[in-house]
Design a protein around this ligand. Structure first.
Ligand SMILES: [Zn+2]
Length: 349
């Protein structure tokens, strides 16, 4: 049975990196010898290809009606926009500043938040994108070795420029939280990633801009520290939402149990396409969870994260109307996506 009236995966990557040939050049043939951190180093420079054939297969298989496409790690805005044009009923897309990063990496310009915001402004003005993400605009990932660690004030002032833009275009933003465990996320790249509490200031200063925590604090691993922090911030601020990321069933209950969060603040999302394998530890808590394991090398097949995640959701003993909000209703409302039939979802102020 389909799990909800309209199912939207709010975190999907429909592009894939062709890393094999690059590693062959480096003399590495066996994927088991490729570490995630090596992949992360070359990923932003790799050309990505359209991976929608596999995505459409999974959407059909698990009765997922729509996906919000995210660019990340060198994935192009144009390719996502083309997919939206080809499948307007199935996809909407977010925009991020890829060209600014590419030009900065090539040494053509210096990366600045102003340049990143200008690029996203241009993309949003086309009307082809419904929000900003994945995460807040960031410096070139592979250059971070040379970057200084951000101070909180310095980064917050950058984020305010993005919030100004989002307010002007009336679109939601996303703040990345969590770690897949294989790739590094540093304080020189996305410092807010480890401090959901920083977002309290932005949520207060920009009450009309919806802020969605990518992964709701759980992108991988078993630590619930960031999940707890994301829940606290969402509970305190009407405009802060949690993408449920790689939540196992108990984490959904944890968020739902807070009366200031509840089903109105959760959006189902999987990070489909992100190459984060599911780990199974029989008899332990959690029995299954997503995590890249450094010593195992990279995963080469298309991980079935939609199947795993929907199984976690299906165990929730909550009303179907609440389930419908989590699985699609909240995303329809917050991203202002048209739905052909009225009064199918509980009203939320
Ligand atoms: Zn992602």
């Amino acid at each position: 049975m389909k799990l909800g009236r309209f199912i939207i995966d709010t975190h999907v990557h429909a592009q894939r990196h062709a890393a094999g040939p690059e590693f062959k050049k480096l003399g590495i043939d066996d994927p088991k010898k490729i570490r995630y951190k090596d992949l992360a180093k070359i990923m932003p420079s790799l050309v990505t290809y359209d991976n929608s054939k596999r995505l459409l297969y999974d959407m059909d298989c698990y009765e997922v009606d729509m996906c919000i496409l995210h660019p990340a790690f060198g994935m192009s805005n144009e390719l996502n926009a083309q997919l939206v044009e080809k499948y307007p009923e199935k996809f909407v897309a977010l925009a991020i500043s890829k060209e600014t990063v590419d030009k900065a990496k090539a040494g053509e310009i210096e990366w600045t938040i102003e340049a990143a915001v200008e690029e996203i402004d241009g993309l949003l003005s086309t009307g082809k994108f419904v929000g900003i993400g994945e995460g807040m605009p960031a410096r070139p990932y592979e250059e971070t070795k040379g970057w200084k660690t951000y101070s909180q004030t310095e980064r917050m002032d950058e984020l305010r420029k993005v919030m100004d833009l989002a307010k002007r275009h009336n679109v939601p933003v996303r703040v990345h939280t969590g770690s897949p465990m294989g790739y590094f996320i540093t304080y020189a790249f996305w410092p807010e990633n480890f401090h959901p509490n920083w977002i309290r200031d932005l949520a207060t200063e920009y009450p009309d801009v919806p802020i969605i925590f990518d992964h709701g604090g759980m992108q991988g691993g078993r630590s619930e520290t960031l999940v707890d922090e994301c829940i606290q911030v969402s509970a305190n601020h009407d405009n802060v939402y949690l993408e449920t990321g790689l939540y196992w069933t108990e984490l959904y209950y944890k968020a739902l149990a807070d009366p200031n969060v509840g089903p109105e603040k959760l959006m189902w999302g999987t990070d489909w396409g992100a190459s984060i394998p599911t780990q199974t530890q029989i008899g332990q808590y959690p029995q299954t969870f997503g995590a890249q394991i450094g010593k195992q090398g990279i995963v080469t097949h298309q991980v079935d994260v939609m199947g795993w995640s929907l199984k976690q959701v299906s165990r929730l003993n909550i009303s179907q109307d609440d389930m419908n909000l989590i699985l699609g209703g909240n995303a329809l409302r917050v991203y202002k996506i048209d739905f052909p039939v009225s009064r199918m979802f509980k009203f939320v102020d």
